[in-house]
Design a protein around this ligand. Structure first.
Ligand SMILES: [Zn+2]
Length: 443
């Protein structure tokens, strides 16, 4: 339950575009909100329990703007044939796997990843789910895991025509059901978008139906866009268009829509993403792992695109993803002076802006009156820590530290590195190994 808390004695990184680094301040939390941020001498802390942040850095709960919980049970699976390009990665691994997922697999995959997210200080995760063999009810299972862990979860089912028109229709209906459920029961924790796989597995008719649903319900879409060169080749061959232009014409783009990846976009497409207000989510570890290229987030930011950071399920650790985002820009541009500001901006300013558009709440920032999503990381800075140096400390120091405490909406989910949830982790681990073994057998 949300209690009154006073976080004191540690530096506070406030996050957001106009972040600050506050020393000697206390953070008073009540009713799920940040009630006050002020010098400790000015805070009356009656009835508040003290969380001592000595030796720790206080920061906002981190946002992961593109995630696939369903990939959890693939860890260690050695059966997939080697892939030589991104198409083979999908055909040899992910599309063979996701067709075999049951609703229980989906629930356990999500629960395991969410517990890991609590441990790494990720408090808001925007998921993109696929389980073509068990579509109906799948987002309900993810929502259930979200409610049990107390995190803020964005739901979406990846509609695709790759499994035929019935699966596409079922995917559309699952998104519609999730949007309705979140409106009625999501509170401040659950939101839904209309999920779509990618241009190369979607017909014009299916895109039109998804765009109509999103417009009717007032939500955005969540789609992979130009992740690999093959998405562009397919679009040019079958539609005579670039991917972003096709999505624009079909009404998919806009300020509520997330386009994941945008690795293979040209200058005109970047301008279209900017003009439409579409949110782009960069996933550097996944892009490097699949050898699809490195998105030019420097050019996108310069053009005015809202760029955020996701992990595409490579990790739940956003600071790890941030580090790779920086190295990838350095390497891709052959210039180690470029990309630091764009990458850190994607995580600490872009992701809060994306979460605010999806949730309608100022998430990912610590501000008076805002949601109390706060993380304490073990960190004793060996060099001066202030507003000018804090990003360097986060990338090179705090990213290597252990998260100690995770709070969402004023509720302590983990404290002193111990989960405070009504979940039997050992039982979850045992069951997931059983489910994974059975899934690998079906694979
Ligand atoms: Zn993805």
């Amino acid at each position: 339950m949300a209690e009154r808390l006073l976080i004191a004695n540690g530096p506070i990184f406030t996050g957001g575009e106009d972040f600050d680094l506050l020393e000697g301040h206390g953070l008073l939390i009540g009713d799920g909100r940040v009630a006050k941020i002020a010098p400790l001498t000015e805070i009356r802390s009656e009835n508040a329990r003290l969380l001592d942040a000595r030796g720790k850095l206080v920061m906002p709960g981190l946002v992961n703007a593109h995630m696939h919980f369903y990939s959890t049970l693939v860890r260690g699976l050695g059966k997939a044939a080697p892939a030589r390009d991104f198409g083979e990665v999908l055909r040899n691994l992910w599309w063979r796997l996701d067709r075999k997922l049951t609703l229980e697999d989906t629930y356990h995959s999500a629960l395991l990843m969410m517990l890991a997210a609590v441990r790494r200080g990720a408090t808001t995760l925007i998921d993109h789910h696929a389980s073509p063999g068990a579509i109906t009810g799948s987002l309900d299972r993810i929502a259930r895991a979200g409610t049990e862990t107390g995190l803020r979860i964005g739901l979406a089912y990846e509609i695709s025509d790759r499994d035929g028109p019935e699966a596409a229709a079922e995917g559309l209906a699952e998104n519609a059901a999730a949007v309705r459920f979140c409106r009625e029961h999501g509170g401040e924790h659950l939101r839904a978008l209309v999920g779509l796989h990618a241009s190369f597995t979607l017909s014009d008719e299916t895109l039109d139906r998804a765009a109509a649903l999103a417009a009717e319900r007032g939500v955005g879409c969540h789609i992979h866009a130009a992740e690999a060169a093959g998405d562009q080749e397919d679009c040019r061959t079958r539609h005579g268009l670039r991917v972003v232009e096709r999505l624009r014409r079909r009404g998919i783009l806009g300020p509520k829509t997330i386009a994941a990846h945008a690795v293979h976009v040209d200058r005109a497409e970047v301008e279209t993403l900017a003009a439409s207000g579409t949110m782009v989510v960069h996933n550097p570890q996944s892009n490097l792992n699949n050898a699809v290229g490195i998105a030019d987030i420097v050019a996108m930011k310069k053009a005015g695109v809202l760029v955020g950071l996701g992990t595409d399920a490579m990790t739940v650790d956003m600071l790890e993803e941030l580090r790779v985002a920086i190295w990838a820009q350095h390497y891709g541009r052959g210039d180690p002076s470029q990309g630091f500001g764009e990458a850190t901006g994607a995580l600490f300013a872009g992701n809060p802006a994306i979460a605010e558009r999806v949730w309608g709440l100022p998430l990912g920032r610590i501000r008076e009156g805002g949601p109390a999503d706060v993380v304490l990381v073990d960190y004793d800075p060996p060099t001066p820590l202030d507003k000018a140096s804090v990003l360097g400390h986060l990338v090179f120091g705090a990213s290597q530290s252990t998260v100690d405490t995770t709070i969402v909406a004023g509720r302590v989910l983990m404290e002193n590195k111990r989960l405070k949830l009504d979940i039997d982790e050992e039982r979850v681990a045992v069951r997931s190994r059983e489910l994974a073994a059975a899934l690998w057998e079906r694979f």
